[in-house]
Structures are given as structure tokens and as C-alpha cells.
Design a binder for this molecule. Structure first.
Ligand code: ARG
Length: 579
């Protein structure tokens, strides 16, 4: 609806320009907001205040002219001027009701993408295979997956890329250890973290071992068959650990989505050669660097993007340049979204700029770093085990399910063990995911089991429970929620407020897709669940006497249930019929 109102305003602006009221050449960003207080209408715009000056009019005078120039359309009941010159739009509840009926009749809830469908590469998860996946990779995996689901739902072609760290100096150390202890390695590989620590200890303690490790990196990079064999075996084990986590999380990632750093090995010399041909390379202390004017340190000295070390080795940035070229030229992406820790923001700004300067990507491609903050422990400090080690993801998920099991059991002691396990899985894993998704992506956040498993506030249990309440109405009624259709009449305030919220679902999904911010969808679902509660308290559904009112309220309930369900699924949560 906001988009429609923006179009109406644009129409009025064009007419006023033609009439000479507004000067030619104005291209204002038209802002339309949802109002908090519905006595001021449903939407408000400050456009008359923004353009009063260039028009040479008082804001309220321009507002009057704008209203007169708006197109006639029955979706708006009236438009009023408020305060210094706000335009307040009142939705026509009959027109709103027709929209909701249309949504109800469509399995996709009448959601369409505004704008063209795009090819979008989503770079997500991307752990380093030398170590077991830990909580740091949780955010990228969960947020990236949710945004990818929303993009697909809106009609984009999504290509997931798990840019795993499967190459680099630490592999020499691991190979040296594997070579030295073939038997021990067999058992220790099951616990990668321990294997890594053991190898690291050998590396730190024994100079000869370290020497051997460095030689093995060189051999590996030169394509030595025995080294490659060990390296592959190691990565297979490590990837299978990751896959276990993805499956537990219910994240849509698999072997086909993995394209690790090593996949770009053969391209790296070409990337450096291209940069050289473009005249972008500068040698500094033997290393090959690109300096761009826009990147300077605090002292004003230029910052380099190093693409090749003095010894000839390539770096993380070189691989990212090769990956960008591949995504732009081979995958033909219109957008590439990087769900990577905020601390890599400068890295991405710099490699994006280098890729553009060197023409490694098509000029029209959008490269977007979707950074996120750090996940801290409940004490607000970086997440650590009691003995100071990194927390493994799988242990965290086990604990979440155990806690959810105890919680659900205390509420429903009569449920069977199997049923309890199933619900505990959806609630426990859902809680971990939702806690992450519901915060603004860029802020740091505290991981807190008590909070995320609470039935109050903006949490997974609250929303999953809200959905079961709607489902229970249809269970009692003995009909199928998905099949409910009906004429909707929005009379009571609670019906109007719920109806207006339901109509915003498509817009919210559009913002999640454009900005890569799933918390917008969480906040929306939370508001929707709250509005449904007050509707349900104030407007009897099954006990309504008038059959037309009853049918209308059932239709509203069905649309709420289906919107909640769709929203939860897009976030990667598993809706439950009862809990
Ligand atoms: N493996 C890297 C890390 O754990 C993240 C890679 C992100 N993606 C990328 N294209 N650089 O820090």
C-alpha cells in the first residue's frame, strides 16, 4: 500500500509540475510511513513540507494543492492535512477487505515482487575447514539462509555459495600431523578441534615439524598427489561436520552449494596479471599491492589491498577478487550478498572497489556486504566455554533442545516422549535461530537461553504458540485453515488494525529482500501476533451470532494463521500445530 501511495503522490507531483506550481527537475525521495495512531489515518507523508520551499508556498498550501491533484482511487477513503503540513491517508476499509480476500484466495497470499526478478548470489556460512564450525558461523548461516528464502519466495533466482576456507597455510600444519600420525589421525579427525590443537602444539613446539609443515604447503599448492589426497580426506571430514550442523539447523545448504577458496586457485595468477595490465599494481616490500585513493588510514597514508605476498603466495583478498569475477561473469549475478562478520567491512569495501576499478565485474552488478555483529555470551563478553575455549555449535544446539524439552514437558506432561522430542526440536532450534534473526543484523548480541526460550516477548516460543492458537480455532471448527475463504467485513477497531497489518506482509518481505534485514520480518510477525491476540479477545469468532460476522472473522483468522506460518517458514522455523 505504501508503494501505491507513493505512486499517487508521484502522480500529483507530475501534475503540479505541469501546472507550473512546482519547478521542473525535482526528484524528491517520497516518504510514506505507517501511522502509529490510527485516528491520524493509516499512512502519512511529509512531502508537502519537503517541497514547500522550492514551490514557494506554505507547506499547508502545497498540501492542499497536492490533495486536489491526487488520482481518484477507491483504496483511499480520504486524505487530511495534519500539523505543519503532513498528508494523512485513510485507507478505505472496504477496499482493504477486498485485498485481504484476494490474498486469502491465493496460495502465495497474493505476494508479488515489486520490480524485476534478479539473479542473486548469497555468500553464507563459509566456515574455515581447518577447524570445527563454531558459534561465530551461526549468524552468517542463519541470517543468510533466511534472506535467501525470502528472495526465492519473491521470485528471484538464488544461488547459494558456501565460500569455505579450505586452503591456506594452516593446512600444511594439519598435513604434517596427518603424515606423522596416520593411526592417531584416524580417531582424532572425528574431533577436529582436538586434532587442530594437537597439530598446533607440534607446530609451536618443534621447529623441524614447523619446517615440514611449510614445505607441505608448497607441495600441496604445487599439486602433489599425496598431499592433495590427505587434504581432500581432511576436508571431507570437516565438511561432513558442517553438514551435520546445517541439517540440525534446518538450513538449506548442501554439498552442491560449496565452492571453497581452493576452487579459485587456478584463477589467481590471472587476477594478478589483469591488475598488472590495468596498471593497478604497485610493488611494496616485495608484495604486489593495489592502492586506491579512497582508502587511507588515520594518518592519511594510503592502505594497500595485498594480492600477492613477497614469497609468491596469494591471499584472502585475491581469492575474493577471483570469486567476484566468477559470480559476475560465470554466474551472471545481478546482486551478490555477503553475509560476513562486520569486522570484515573494510576488506569488502576495498575488494569491491578493486574489482570495479579492474573491470573484474560487470559495472551494473550490486555488491553488498551484509555485515553482522558479534555473538556474545550472556555476560556480554565474547562467547567462550567455561575453560575459555570456543563453543561448538553442535553442543549449543544439543543444549537448546534439552532445555526446550524440559520446558515443553513441564507444560504438557501428558505428551508422548516422541511428540515431546519433535516439539522440543522445533522450539529449541527455532529459539536459537529466532533470537539471532530478531536482532538488527549489525548489532552485537547476547546469546541467552532463558530469554530466547521465554514465552513472553519477541521470541520463537511466543510466535510458534501464537500460530498454534490460530490452528486450534480451526481444529475446534473442524475445518481446514488453508481452505477457508469468505467475505471480509472490517468493523471493529481490532479488525481494522489486524486487517491493515495483514495487508503489509508483501511490503515487509520486499524490505527484507532489499536490505537483507530479517529482523524486519520478525518485528512484523510479532506485531501481527499481538494484534491477533487483541482481535481474538475482543471479537468472538466461533461464538459470533451473525453467520456473516462469524465467516468474516474466520477468514481473518485463517489469513493471520497462513501469514504467520509463511513468515515463520521464510525465517527457517518449523511451525507446529500444537505445543
Ligand atoms: N572463511 C571466512 C571466515 O571465516 C569467511 C568467508 C566469507 N566470504 C567471503 N567471500 N570472503 O572469516
Amino acid at each position: 500500500m505504501k508503494d501505491t501511495i507513493r505512486q499517487f503522490i508521484q502522480h500529483a507531483l507530475t501534475r503540479l509540475t505541469e501546472q507550473g506550481v512546482l519547478p521542473e527537475g525535482l526528484t524528491p525521495a517520497i516518504q510514506v510511513e505507517n501511522t502509529k495512531d490510527k485516528t491520524h489515518g493509516d499512512f502519512a507523508s511529509n512531502i508537502a513540507m519537503m517541497l514547500a520551499k522550492p514551490a514557494g508556498l506554505k507547506p499547508r498550501e502545497l498540501a492542499e494543492k497536492l490533495i486536489a491533484a491526487l488520482p481518484a482511487d477507491d483504496s483511499i477513503a480520504k486524505v487530511e492535512i495534519a500539523g505543519p503540513g503532513f498528508l494523512n491517508f485513510f485507507q478505505n476499509s472496504a477496499a482493504l477487505a477486498r485485498r485481504l480476500e484476494n490474498a486469502l484466495a491465493d496460495p502465495r497470499l497474493a505476494i508479488t515482487r515489486s520490480g524485476q526478478a534478479a539473479r542473486v548470489v548469497v555468500d553464507l556460512s563459509s566456515p574455515n575447514l581447518a577447524k570445527e564450525m563454531h558459534v561465530g558461523h551461526l549468524r552468517s548461516t542463519i541470517i543468510g539462509d533466511a534472506v535467501a528464502r525470502v528472495l526465492s519466495f519473491l521470485g528471484d533466482t538464488v544461488i547459494r555459495q558456501n565460500h569455505v576456507g579450505d586452503w591456506g597455510t594452516q593446512f600444511g600444519m594439519l598435513l604434517a600431523y596427518l603424515e606423522e600420525n596416520p593411526a592417531a589421525a584416524e580417531s582424532e579427525l572425528a574431533d577436529l578441534e582436538q586434532f587442530y590443537r594437537a597439530a598446533k602444539k607440534r607446530f609451536d613446539d618443534d621447529a623441524a615439524f614447523a619446517e615440514r609443515a611449510r614445505a607441505l604447503v608448497v607441495k600441496l599448492q604445487a599439486g602433489d598427489a599425496q598431499c592433495l589426497h590427505l587434504w581432500r580426506r581432511f576436508n571431507d571430514v570437516s565438511l561432513s561436520h558442517c553438514q551435520e550442523v546445517y541439517d540440525r539447523l534446518g538450513v538449506a545448504l548442501g554439498a552442491a552449494d560449496v565452492r571453497g577458496e581452493s576452487a579459485y586457485n587456478d584463477d589467481l595468477p590471472t587476477i594478478v596479471a589483469t591488475l598488472r595490465d590495468q596498471g593497478l599494481l604497485v610493488e611494496s616490500d616485495g608484495a604486489q599491492c593495489v592502492f586506491l585513493d579512497e582508502f587511507k588510514n588515520a594518518e592519511g597514508n594510503p592502505l594497500p589491498v595485498i594480492v600477492q605476498k613477497a614469497g609468491g603466495g596469494y591471499l584472502y583478498a585475491t581469492t575474493d577478487l577471483a570469486a567476484m569475477r566468477y559470480r559476475s561473469q560465470e554466474l551472471a549475478a545481478d546482486r551478490v550478498l555477503y553475509f560476513v562478520d562486520q569486522r570484515q567491512a573494510l576488506h569488502f569495501q576495498m575488494v569491491f572497489a578493486v574489482a570495479r576499478a579492474a573491470g573484474l565485474v560487470r559495472p551494473e552488478i550490486a555488491l553488498e556486504h551484509m555485515g553482522f555483529g558479534t555473538m556474545n555470551g550472556p555476560d556480554g563478553r565474547p562467547f567462550k566455554t567455561r575453560d575459555g575455549g570456543t563453543v561448538k555449535l553442535i553442543d549449543l544446539l544439543d543444549e537448546a533442545e534439552q532445555r526446550a524439552f524440559a520446558l515443553v514437558q513441564s507444560k504438557n506432561p501428558e505428551l508422548s516422549e516422541g511428540e515431546l522430542r519433535r516439539i522440543a526440536r522445533a522450539v529449541g532450534i527455532g529459539a536459537v535461530k529466532y533470537a539471532d534473526l530478531s536482532k538488527h543484523r549489525t548489532s552485537d548480541y547476547c546469546f541467552n537461553f532463558e530469554q530466547m526460550l521465554s514465552f513472553e516477548g519477541n521470541t520463537a516460543p511466543y510466535l510458534l504458540y501464537a500460530y498454534t492458537r490460530v490452528a486450534s480455532i480451526f481444529r475446534k471448527e473442524g475445518t481446514d485453515m488453508a481452505a477457508a475463504r469468505g467475505t471480509i467485513v472490517l468493523e471493529a477497531d481490532q479488525e481494522q488494525a489486524l486487517g491493515a497489518k495483514l495487508a503489509q506482509f508483501g511490503e515487509v518481505l520486499g524490505s527484507v529482500a532489499d536490505k537483507g534485514l530479517p529482523h524486519l520480518l520478525c518485528a512484523y510477525l510479532y506485531d501481527l501476533a499481538g494484534l491477533f491476540s487483541s482481535f481474538y479477545e475482543n471479537c468472538p469468532v466461533l461464538t459470533a451470532e451473525d453467520p456473516a460476522v462469524r465467516a468474516s472473522r474466520l477468514a481473518l483468522a485463517a489469513l493471520t494463521g497462513r501469514t504467520l506460518r509463511q513468515g515463520l517458514e521464510l525465517l527457517g522455523l518449523e511451525p507446529l500445530e500444537r505445543m
